[in-house]
Write a protein that binds this ligand. Sequence first.
Ligand code: FPP
Length: 243
Amino acid sequence: MQSTRQDSEPGLHVAIVMDGNGRWATARGLPRRRGHEAGARAVRGIVETAPTLGIGLLTLYAFSADNWKRPPREVGALLALFRRYLDGECERLRANGVRLSIIGRRDRLPPSLLAAVERAELDTARGAELHLRIAIDYSGRDAIIAAAARARLIDSEMTREGFATLVAAAQHGGDARDVDLLIRTGGERRLSDFMLWEAAYAELSFTTRAWPDFTGAMLAAAVEDFRGRNRRFGALPDVAVAG
Ligand code: FPP
């Protein structure tokens, strides 16, 4: 078996670590929260470009389980920004056929944000052009631990598909489909606890561009580069098999 891909949505699964908001703001003499606001504005262009590139599932990393360690002011600004995004963008997402869902823990979110999440998920539930997943209070490790606990520390008969279902359940995300292309902006080259199960065979793409400056054209360039790569999933290239 080569992957756990479940094909619940047609098209590519692209996942993005939206990094560099803080440095973007600092470089302009602005408070960090202004970088996050600029980051939220950048999300629209990416979401609207994604379906034109054959992306069916787009997973954006907005807040990790470790981001609670940031100063309370920044955490508060981020959570308020997510709520404004959900309330303010929902109608446009629905009009564009985007289904929105949130992955990650929900039990630590403020009630007003949780209510906005549930409203947005309900209002956009019929979207068929793109499934947009925003990861909030997300940890790939925690999802795997929760899945392992449910599997009673792994029934030896458990298949990858079976385990992937448990990972999906642990992150409220509907499925744990493999990531095809994982992009990180902002110059760092690490996963930061994102999609640890799903990125097993992801192609990786790093850019020094800060997230607020990441455009649809840059996403298109990353997807074009991805399409030129030879994905083997651990097997041999076709030419070697033929020979
Ligand atoms: C990392 O940049 C970014 C975050 C922790 C927050 C991501 C949030 C957004 C892009 C805005 C809102 C998103 C949505 C979906 C509405 P950083 O703060 O670590 O930047 P730095 O590395 O330059 O300090």
